[in-house]
Ligand binder design. Structure first.
Ligand code: FES
Length: 105
């Protein structure tokens, strides 16, 4: 069942910034990618690296896992390079008034 969780106020996540939120036993990374709010699971599918610490590839809308360098598409969660070959979860982000929310299931 889909659930809506609150991330933060819009003003707390300006362009270029990122934030992590916890939901159940999962950490979720939310990124303001040039004004587009995107969210993926904050756990690399290769070996559980912490994606939130990675560099954002601004040309490819992707984030690089800091452990072994796999790139993940921030829109879909799909891996764009090895050593990861499985996707991570991607989540719908919404703005409700001044509040950023996530749809999780
Ligand atoms: S843990 Fe992310 S690439 Fe290995």
């Amino acid at each position: 069942m889909t659930e809506t969780i609150t991330v933060c106020e819009v003003s707390e996540l300006p362009i270029g910034e990122r934030k992590t939120v916890a939901w159940e036993d999962m950490e979720i990374l939310v990124v303001n990618y040039d004004g587009e709010l995107l969210a993926i699971e904050d756990r690399c599918s290769h070996d559980d690296g912490d994606l939130a610490e990675g560099e954002i590839d601004t040309d490819r809308c992707a984030i690089e896992c800091p452990r072994h360098g796999a790139l993940f598409d921030l829109r879909s969660g799909k891996p764009l390079s090895l050593p990861a070959y499985k996707p991570v979860k991607a989540f719908a982000v919404k703005v409700d008034g001044n509040t950023i929310t996530l749809e999780v299931d």
